[in-house]
Design a protein around this ligand. Structure first.
Ligand SMILES: [Zn+2]
Length: 546
């Protein structure tokens, strides 16, 4: 490996207001050491590995401020079966996954089929499901589970049923595990039986978790991401010890090409105490794996009507959603973490959870004032008064612009017109001086920051729909949107002195795009090719076209 990397003939947008544009740059080891003209950079180091960018645009590496790396890596291993028009098409889509060098007992999984779309099955009021015989023709010895798009029905192959022991015994009965006239399971699994099977199939152990992290990291790098702020304890059953061992192994085996700030989800009081007694605090670790905030979930989602609202759901009178912690319990937990020096990040979708979280932050900050950068993750429903309060307290909003595209049909009936006015804010937050960061919540949304930039700028769900964008007063400019995914993300993790801009002395973290995103039509943003990603001076993604 070269110890120096020089990029030439680029259109470098540094996001450094003192030197906004340059042609070339030099990275030595992990650090960006110079930004300037082609001649200047060449004269500094004639032996550096050099890449001719041929006019491509260089930006600071993207930073996703909230996602789930482990969950996303697991999701990537599941074959997407949405839109399949036949069993044959499903099997065809599964074929690339057959060759994975995994052990013969590891499950092959697919999700999203819908037999109503299968042309070959008999027409009728409700088409029958396919069975295990359809799957046994695949050239694999591995167990297989394919879930329907609804998540209530799945089909396993014969090997899968054997591994699950469902030929020998059946604790669920015939309404859950379908059987043929000989009494043998057909492969169709429903409801509780499927839920149980899922628990077996998607169980995460150390080795699979390592694979999921590695797979996700590779996908991030391809999308131009160099930093993520990631919540991963959930699927590990809050096993902090295992998570820290995973980070150690990822580093040692060089399997994770992205910087990661962990957002520690520790829902039980004793888990937080163990964490604090272990001496762990926000900001520990190094530039690769760092300790981020304590993460807390305060409510659910608008889709499921579990987000906590101050008034009833417009489409469900009497329901205001639910808070997962009472106001006093939350205050106590936040005060404990804040007093110990932790940053805190709270998942809030509804305005009641936002208000409750802000009250807890306000009390803790009054007790021990400091630059804590406590965070509201999502921040989807609120009003001017709540947002003013966020600004006053220095609370950060970690928003997900792609939700704007996905939630346009869900939010209006749930909230009604009056509450919609202050919902899914971005511009309103920036105008108040609130530090606002961009993320994807992957696997909820694809982690591609270019998709998030497009959503933040257009607020459309598809090109031209709606023409002015959804809640168009919240649209922001491209430079503002880019800030969400670069400099603001760095500030969120207290790393603005090393990340988020291309300034000598900062990490050599950058992404190279085929065209200049400041100049293209916003509708072209999601498909702009990422040609190169460099993290700490190392090339983590390079397209065949460069
Ligand atoms: Zn999340």
């Amino acid at each position: 490996m070269h110890s120096s990397l020089a990029l030439h003939h680029g259109h470098i947008r540094t996001l450094d207001p003192r030197h906004p544009v340059a042609e070339a740059l030099l990275i030595r080891g992990e650090t960006l050491t110079a930004v300037g003209s082609d001649e200047e950079i060449r004269s500094l180091d004639r032996n550096a590995e050099s890449i001719d960018l041929q006019g491509r645009t260089v930006l600071p590496g993207f930073n996703d401020s909230h996602l789930h790396t482990l969950g996303y890596g697991r999701f990537l291993g599941v074959t997407d079966l949405r839109g399949c028009a036949s069993v044959e098409e499903m099997l065809l889509r599964l074929r690339p996954a057959l060759g994975d060098p995994e052990d013969p007992d590891s499950w092959l999984t697919g999700r999203g089929w819908d037999q109503e779309r299968f042309h070959a099955l008999p027409q009728g009021p409700s088409r029958p499901f396919f069975d295990r015989s359809c799957l046994d023709g695949l050239p694999t010895r591995r167990p297989l589970l394919l879930e329907r798009n609804c998540g209530h029905v799945g089909v396993a192959n014969t090997r899968g049923l054997q591994v699950l022991g469902l030929f020998r015994e059946d604790p669920f009965g015939p309404t859950q595990v379908d059987r043929d006239e000989k009494g043998e399971p057909t492969g169709v699994l429903r409801e509780d039986a499927l839920e149980w099977v899922r628990g077996q199939v998607y169980r995460i152990d150390f080795d699979s978790a390592l694979r999921f992290f590695a797979r996700a990291g590779e996908a991030f790098a391809r999308r131009g991401i160099t930093s993520v702020q990631s919540d991963d304890l959930g699927p590990l059953g809050t096993d902090l010890d295992m998570l820290l061992r995973l980070f150690g192994a990822l580093r040692e085996k060089d399997l994770f090409p992205v910087r990661l700030n962990e957002q520690f989800l520790l829902p039980r009081r004793e888990d937080l105490e163990t964490f604090l007694e272990g001496g762990y605090r926000t900001g520990q670790g190094d530039g690769h794996f760092r300790f981020g905030p304590l993460k807390m979930l305060l409510d659910g989602s608008l889709g499921a009507r579990t987000a906590a609202l101050r008034r009833d759901y417009a489409d469900d009178p009497g329901n205001r959603g639910l808070l997962l912690y009472g106001p006093e319990a939350l205050k106590e937990r936040v005060a404990r973490a804040h007093g110990a020096g932790m940053q805190v990040a709270i998942h809030c979708i509804g305005d009641r959870s936002l208000q409750t979280a802000l009250e807890a932050y306000e009390a803790a900050l009054a007790e021990v004032p400091r630059d804590a950068r406590h965070t509201i993750v999502h921040c989807q429903v609120g009003d001017g008064e709540l947002y003013d309060r966020m600004a006053r307290l220095g609370v950060v909003a970690a928003v997900q612009p792609p939700f704007v595209a996905s939630d346009q049909s869900i939010a209006p009936p749930r909230l009604g017109a009056d509450r919609l006015a202050g919902a899914y804010p971005v511009k309103g937050l920036l105008d108040r001086g609130i530090l606002t960061t961009g993320g994807s919540d992957a696997p909820v949304e694809d982690p591609a920051p270019l998709r998030g930039l497009w959503a933040a700028v257009t607020r459309q769900r598809e090109p031209g729909d709606p023409a002015e964008g959804w809640l168009p007063g919240e649209r922001i400019s491209f430079p503002e949107a880019l800030d969400l995914y670069t400099r603001a993300g760095a500030r969120l993790s207290f790393e603005e002195h090393v990340k988020g801009a291309l300034i000598p002395g900062f990490y050599g973290d950058l992404t190279v795009l085929r065209e200049d995103p400041f100049r293209v039509n916003p509708e072209a943003l999601p498909d702009l090719p990422v040609d190169l990603t460099v993290c700490g001076g190392r090339i983590t993604w390079r397209s065949p076209d460069l």
